[in-house]
Design a protein around this ligand. Structure first.
Ligand code: ZN
Length: 140
């Protein structure tokens, strides 16, 4: 239900002027999903975020929930949330080790995507916006 709500009424939809905002584009060829993340980092905090793109309900609702979860947050907290979400999707860290859930990092609505982990093909849909966010963070 939460997933459908975010799919039908995506949060923080649109664009930001670049610069000052950073922009990154992600593509999931397996499903045809496309996500564009516009990110304005101000004083080590996400000042604003906008999401564009098109694709399946999982990819678009995941990006919508992500934008809601990171807006106004310090970049360090955003990185911790990305890590927590990847862990929930059973994606290993850069060294190939499983990511242990950090109980201090709250997922909120994002927990609705937990069931996706049972469908490996859909994990790529769910994670697309997050990988695109990491790229935008590198540029910000
Ligand atoms: Zn998809």
């Amino acid at each position: 239900e939460i997933i459908l709500d975010h799919y039908r009424s995506p949060r923080n939809r649109g664009e930001l002027p670049t610069p000052p905002a950073a922009v990154a584009q992600g593509h999931n060829p397996l499903c045809g999903d496309e996500i564009t993340v516009y990110l304005l980092v101000d004083d080590a905090r996400v000042g604003d975020v906008k999401v564009g793109g098109q694709g399946c309900s999982i990819s678009q609702s995941s990006a919508s929930m992500m934008s809601q979860a990171i807006k106004g947050k310090p970049v360090a907290e955003v990185r911790a949330l990305v890590r927590r979400f990847k862990g929930m999707m059973s994606i290993p860290d850069d060294d190939g080790n499983p990511i242990e859930p950090d109980p201090a990092v709250k997922l909120g609505d994002l927990e609705a995507l937990q069931g996706v982990v049972k469908f490996p093909v859909r994990i790529k849909c769910a994670i697309l916006g997050w990988n695109t966010l990491l790229e935008a963070l590198e540029q910000a």
